[in-house]
Design a protein around this ligand. Structure first.
Ligand code: KIV
Ligand code: NA
Length: 269
């Protein structure tokens, strides 16, 4: 069983691997493949729920999926991603929503898109025993302000991102996701923080890497330029589904070996 302490010990020694999963089956596969962390990302909005962005994703949706992932994963740390407006509005409500992921669904930690409004909350949750993974750089829940463009490309923005990461480490975050920022900024943040950084579109110098699982296995119909497909699952999937359709239409499936005849019924007819 991987703990947040294990990840902190890996930082700077062994690269940390994280993939998303949104169901028990996928969680079992990536867990058995050896990923250290399974993230129940609010990227489920785009990846599997058919939304254009992550904003409509609900606490119930993340909770249900977190339960499934926690049932499927054996060794990996399970992190539930707190969806848009489930935190940072009212403190008691934020605690309840985050606490539910651990208390009812079996997550080991939560991830929160970081900003000035999440520093105090991060400290409070950490004190309560809810480990918090911070997330700076591109934070997709702010798409209406930033779009999906690379962040931290001028000095002022870079300093903002750096300061936010440091403030969350000081508040007790156990790790920090760095999304879509220049590699040299990510490298500087990684050197400056004690807690592990986990990058996506943030270059090779982070303590770990994360990808959306659909992108990593080649299942997505679209993926960002900084992602890499390590397989061709979409093609396999499409070909299996169309082979099935053809086999049924041609009367080739089910065959004799898929069928059972009950001799006892012969008299009946
Ligand atoms: O929701 C998600 O999948 C994420 C990762 C890309 C970091 O936040
Ligand atoms: Na997310």
């Amino acid at each position: 069983m991987t703990t947040v302490r294990d990840l902190q010990e890996m930082a700077g020694e062994t690269p940390i691997t994280m993939l998303t999963a949104y169901d028990a089956l996928t969680a079992t596969i990536v867990d058995e493949a050896g990923v250290d962390v399974v993230l129940v990302g609010d990227s489920m909005g785009n990846a599997i729920l058919g939304y254009d962005d992550t904003l409509p994703v609900t606490v119930d949706e993340v909770a249900s999926r977190t339960g499934a992932v926690a049932r499927g994963a054996e060794d990996a740390l399970v992190v539930a991603d707190m969806p848009f407006l489930s935190f940072g509005t009212d403190r008691a409500e934020s605690v309840e929503n985050a606490g539910r992921m651990l208390k009812e669904e079996g997550a080991n930690a939560v991830k929160i898109e970081s900003g000035p409004h999440t520093v105090e909350l991060t400290e409070h949750l950490s004190n309560l025993g809810i480990p918090v993974m911070a997330h700076v750089g591109l934070t997709p829940q702010s798409v209406n302000q930033t779009g999906y463009t690379r962040q931290g490309t001028d000095e002022e923005q870079a300093k903002d991102i750096f300061d936010t990461a440091v403030a969350h480490e000081e508040a007790g975050a156990f790790a920090c996701v760095l999304e879509h920022i220049p590699a040299n900024l990510a490298s500087h943040i990684t050197e400056s923080l004690t807690i592990p950084t986990i990058g996506i579109g943030a270059g090779p110098d982070c303590d770990g890497q994360v990808l959306v699982v659909n992108d990593a296995v080649g299942l997505s119909d679209w993926s960002p330029p900084f992602a890499e497909a390590f397989g061709n699952v979409r093609e396999e999937f499409e070909s299996a589904a169309s082979d099935y359709v053809e086999a049924v239409q041609d009367g080739e499936f089910p065959a004799e070996e898929h069928s059972h005849v009950a001799e006892e019924l012969d008299e009946f007819y």
